[in-house]
Design a protein around this ligand. Structure first.
Ligand SMILES: Nc1ncnc2c1ncn2[C@@H]1O[C@H](COP(=O)(O)OP(=O)(O)OP(=O)(O)O)[C@@H](O)[C@H]1O
Length: 232
């Protein structure tokens, strides 16, 4: 799925937070968005998903306009979103969090096996309440819930936040494998530069609601350049 964003502006009440974003993510491309805290990254992805009410500009998925559509319509078109906050249904079981709302869609068997191999805690605790999982485990529950839906565009907001290093490695491996197998397009907001460089060839830097720089994985010193943009 191709994502085209043009002149996107949004905010909360009178305050503009996303202030003129242009971005194209090609079909099956992975693009990472980095930036310091409060620069509008989460607001950008929430705008794409239809969560913010007052939006100017354009968001197209495979050429079809999404601005003004409700979130459930956008997700039904093949977009899956893992928000920054671990937004699980704490009182429901892990199983119901993973499979609830899937209706007739049957998750791909190979993808399911891969996810349970990577995150054995989910398989082991299918019948326990999701609220009993640790914060990091809840993040991988959200990621797994997204991937079982076989999305065409996966939107991740700081999936690595709160994860221990071994879990970050597992997330990286799973995303690399499933992206290639299921031909996913990925837009990821991320603070972990190493994770960005493992998954994305292109990384854009957001500051005060705009993209101010773009970097490519193969460029010499790209890690240092990106860390420079994140420095206080
Ligand atoms: N619901 C809200 N109501 C009002 N202002 C908000 C709301 N959510 C975010 N903001 C403000 O919008 C600005 C951008 O926040 P946003 O969360 O999009 O940034 P971010 O780059 O994702 O930061 P972080 O990395 O800390 O999550 C901040 O000034 C924030 O306080």
């Amino acid at each position: 799925m191709r994502l085209d964003i043009t002149g996107l502006r949004s905010g909360y009440g009178a305050g503009t937070v996303v202030n003129g974003v242009d971005l194209t993510v090609a079909d099956q491309e992975v693009v990472a968005v980095v930036g310091r805290n409060g620069m509008g990254k989460s607001s950008l992805v929430k705008t794409i998903l239809g969560y913010l009410p007052d939006v100017q500009g354009s968001v197209e998925l495979d050429g079809a306009q999404q601005c003004g559509l409700r979130t459930h319509t956008i997700t039904r078109r093949g977009v899956a979103y893992a928000p920054q906050e671990a937004a699980v249904f704490a009182g429901l079981t892990v199983r119901d969090n993973l499979y609830g709302g899937l209706r007739r869609h049957k998750p791909d068997a190979r993808t399911t096996e891969r996810l349970f191999d990577a995150f054995p805690v989910l398989a082991a605790r299918l019948d326990q309440k999701a609220g009993t999982l640790s914060g990091g485990e809840q993040k991988v529950l959200l990621l797994t819930r997204c991937l079982l839906r076989d999305p065409r565009l996966l939107v991740l907001d700081e999936i690595s936040a709160g994860l221990q290093p071994s879990m970050v490695n597992a997330v990286t491996d799973v995303l690399l494998a499933i992206r290639a197998e299921r031909r996913l397009t990925v837009l990821m907001v991320e603070q972990n530069i190493d994770l960005c460089l493992s998954l994305a060839r292109r990384i854009v830097v957001m500051k005060a609601g705009r993209f101010i720089a773009e970097a490519f994985r193969d460029t010499p010193d790209v890690r240092t350049t990106l860390l420079g943009h994140l420095a206080p």
